[in-house]
Design a protein around this ligand. Structure first.
Ligand code: FEO
Length: 396
């Protein structure tokens, strides 16, 4: 990219769109790409906040040069060590060998493991401040949002905070860099998918970070991904609070694994009964066709969770097993759960979905529905009971 953007007097955006990588972390689909945001503060001392992925922008250093106009770059603050934000550190240090790297004890440990002996390092503690002229940087340690070293950098004079991955989103910037240059609410789905895939496991640490931010005046949030939130920072803070508490919206995510149609047919029937009962938001996912990333995002969105699996060698269907394993790994909580399944002799789908319920401490809203072969009137009547119990919980 060959342009930069001033966020406030002396604070510059240096984002890089990645429209080539098919997956984030080689796992999560990026149909609309992703942006890596880096920032440059020009004061009496100049400070680079995070860098960008290695090889993502051949103009990155030239963009820094164009802003600095020959001034020295005194500091590089590393809010987060994941390589999508640190891959360009060697190149930056080659260009500005006198700069000092700022991070915390954990940053140093990880930095040394990636780049042994690189640069000079100044370790900061939680709440420590460094003056750079008209401004003072305050460092807030926010471990595990997303890695153990993650921290944020606050500028009280500007009421602006650089937050690392927190408040980020999938999606490259399509021209609009600031939240007031497009319909910012359209970011919600890709922001929640990013949150649930990447940060959701660490939700209790997100709550701790939000508590730290609670009394700070913040009028601008600069994340390493997504837009710059200069007009609606409270909207983003609200969503992070809700998602980290796993406060689902009224609605249901139905996830099915079927081989010869019985299980999916029951899923369709339950979906219909939920709609009849007044549940307005229903998402339906077949594990064989829907990427895990989108399934997780919907699970995070809605308060109702319906799992249906055919038996497979006495277990649940393997792809359903993968979904359950990932949900358990991410710490899914606060869901109204309903379970159903089918088999051809002695089952296995329902039996193992119940083990998932037990290990995640999600209590099913009613007895599971399990059938052998194809659904009959008795099975459908059991589905009515299940759907009614679930709808009541979702709408209460
Ligand atoms: Fe954007 Fe945790 O890296």
């Amino acid at each position: 990219m060959n342009f930069t953007e001033q966020i406030k007097e002396g604070i510059h955006w240096l984002g890089v769109n990645d429209r080539h990588s098919p997956y984030f972390e080689r796992m999560w689909p990026l149909p609309e790409g992703i942006v890596y945001n880096s920032y440059l503060i020009v004061d009496e001392d100049s400070v680079l906040i995070d860098t960008v992925a290695e090889g993502s922008d051949s103009d990155y250093l030239a963009r820094i040069d164009s802003i600095l106009q020959g001034r020295a770059l005194k500091y590089l603050v590393i809010n987060h060590m994941e390589p999508d934000h640190t891959g360009t550190i060697p190149a930056v240090l080659e260009r500005y060998p006198d700069l000092k790297i700022i991070g915390n004890k954990q940053t140093k440990r990880i930095l040394d493991s990636y780049y042994p002996g690189i640069g000079s390092f100044e370790e900061i503690k939680d709440g420590q401040e460094i003056s750079i002229g008209k401004r003072t940087m305050r460092f807030l340690l926010t471990p595990w949002v997303h890695w153990p070293e993650t921290m944020m950098t606050y500028l009280a004079e500007d009421e602006l905070i650089f937050t690392g991955d927190a408040f980020g989103a999938y999606g490259a910037r399509n021209g609009a860099i600031f939240d007031d240059e497009f319909d910012y609410t359209s970011t919600e789905d890709e922001m929640r998918r990013y949150y649930s895939n990447i940060i959701g496991k660490y939700s209790k640490f997100v709550q701790r970070a939000l508590t730290k931010l609670k009394d700070l005046p913040i009028n601008c949030i600069c994340s390493t991904h997504g837009p710059v939130w200069r007009s609606h920072p409270e909207w983003v803070l609200d969503r992070y609070n809700k998602w980290s508490l796993q406060e689902g919206e009224p609605g249901a995510t139905i996830i099915v694994a079927s081989m010869y149609g019985s299980t999916v047919n029951i899923g369709e029937y339950i979906a219909r009964q939920l709609a009849r009962a007044g549940v307005r938001e229903i998402r339906f996912h077949d594990v064989t066709t829907r990427p895990l990333s989108y399934i997780i995002s919907d699970v995070w969105k809605y308060s109702g969770l319906v799992l249906g699996s055919v038996a497979y060698n006495g277990e649940m269907f393997p792809l359903m097993g993968q979904v359950c394993q990932e949900l358990e790994h991410l710490g899914v909580a606060n869901k109204h759960l309903a379970i159903f399944g089918s088999g051809s002799w002695n089952g296995g789908g329902v039996r193992n979905l119940l083990k998932f319920a037990e290990s995640t401490k999600l209590t099913p809203v009613s007895d599971p529905v399990e059938m052998i072969g194809r659904p009959n009137a008795e099975v459908l009547a059991q589905c009515d009971v299940l759907a009614h119990a679930l709808a009541e919980k979702i709408l209460s």
